[in-house]
Design a protein around this ligand. Structure first.
Ligand code: SF4
Length: 405
């Protein structure tokens, strides 16, 4: 696979250690996710953190919104350690983070990073002090901090000030541009304030999340120009189903292509009781399809058309994909580098042989007929033609053989 071909050189940021995981400073882009359980429910939260970590989430954020959830955090940490789930935990604090961290030192210690939203860390005269209290706790416990501005809770004082300034300007900007500026300033000024308080730059990560694709692209481009803090990238409130996946892919794709972003989260709205790990899978697939990181072998398959009157190629593509995913936990340890494998399962000879030649191993099934004759290509060369009803099983065996060799 051509790694990141076309992606601009990554913007150099200051690396931040979050537990054992480095974010920025040239480290591979980190995939992260967030639980939606009540953190006070230790069992449910441990289950979900473990599922997210096993799906490939390299950091997991949990809500810390009240005393009960803060008190649960060290127990969650202990339970995960006993299960040998080593993923760093990030605490998401709003409004009363300063109080929760002060009242629950075991929580402050158990977390690897604190997320602060500068828009709701406090109000007016209390704001600076409460922000400082969280930063001081991070310094005391040696933790990283993400200063995460959010479109939905933008610092209203700052926005009002910038709107007033803009109104007086000889060449006023559009209101949207002023909001972008407010997002960026909210992050950067807060980060500078944290440094003044004594937090080292290699403990600070920034994010400025919005829910519209074009806004996100503008804001992150501005943010990357203004500072070299490590950047957490994500489209907030991306939405449900295909809308959320498409919007996140479009936004993150453009920003990542610019070389911006050190850690990503895809914020999907799950179906009620739906699979939370989908956001991890989508984040991985965005990074992998862009050639930035590899996580699991990719199966390229054509969409099928009027030439595919049999369903054989769809069945084989599905079968191979399922088989690869199920085998990955074992393959990862037995065959390091297997995640970069490309497999092609194509529906007919129009594009089949060509696409198969570009893959590490590919098969081109005939579009029709009960007794297929399917050429197989390995490393760009045709090696055999599989025939008859055992084509699927024979091709699977060839994939395993290829990996083992
Ligand atoms: Fe149709 Fe063949 Fe193209 Fe697949 S490869 S979409 S079956 S023409």
């Amino acid at each position: 696979m051509i790694q990141g071909f076309g992606v601009k050189t990554r913007q150099r940021t200051v690396g931040v250690k979050v537990g054992s995981v480095q974010v920025g400073g040239g480290a591979p882009i980190v995939v992260q996710s967030m639980t939606n359980t009540d953190t006070a429910d230790v069992e449910a939260t441990v289950r979900q953190v473990a599922a997210l970590a096993r799906a490939g989430s390299e950091l997991v954020r949990i809500t810390v919104d009240r005393d009960e959830s803060a008190a649960a955090v060290p127990h969650i940490r202990d339970r995960l350690a006993r299960m040998r789930v080593e993923v760093p935990l990030v605490g998401d604090f709003h409004y009363i983070g300063h109080k929760l961290l002060a009242d629950h030192p075991a929580c402050a210690e158990a977390l690897d990073k604190y997320r602060i939203n500068p828009g709701n860390v406090g109000f007016k005269d209390k704001k600076d002090r409460q922000f400082a209290m969280i930063v001081e706790k991070a310094i005391e416990h040696g933790k990283a901090v993400r200063i995460g501005a959010n479109w939905g809770s933008l610092d209203q004082e700052l926005l009002t000030h910038l709107m007033d300034e803009n109104a007086k300007s000889a060449a006023p900007l559009e209101a949207r541009a002023v909001m972008h500026e407010a997002m960026v300033q909210s992050c950067v000024l807060s980060a500078r304030r944290a440094e003044e308080i004594g937090l080292a730059k290699d403990r600070i990560i920034l994010s400025a999340k919005v829910s519209a694709v074009q806004d996100l692209i503008s804001v992150y481009r501005m943010l990357a120009l203004r500072a070299d803090y490590a950047l957490h990238l994500g489209l907030t409130e991306a939405g449900m189903g295909s809308k959320g996946i498409v919007a996140s892919s479009a936004a993150l794709g453009v920003v990542l292509q610019d070389g911006i972003g050190d850690t990503v989260r895809v914020s999907l709205t799950p179906e009620p009781n739906g699979d939370r790990t989908l956001e991890v899978k989508v984040a991985q697939e965005i990074l992998q399809t862009m050639g930035i990181r590899t996580f699991v072998p990719l199966v390229a398959a054509c969409p099928g058309c009027g030439r595919t009157t049999s369903t054989l190629f769809q069945e084989l593509a599905q079968d191979i994909q399922g088989f690869i995913h199920a085998s990955m936990p074992e393959w990862k340890t037995r065959y390091p580098g297997v995640e970069a494998l490309n497999v092609a399962v194509m529906g007919c000879i129009v594009n089949g042989p060509g696409e198969s030649k570009h893959a590490d191993i590919g098969i081109s099934l005939p579009g029709t007929g009960e007794n297929p004759a399917a050429p197989v290509f390995v490393d760009g060369h045709k090696v055999t033609t599989l025939r008859g009803p055992t084509v699927a099983a024979d091709f699977k065996a060839m994939v395993i053989d290829y990996i083992e060799k």
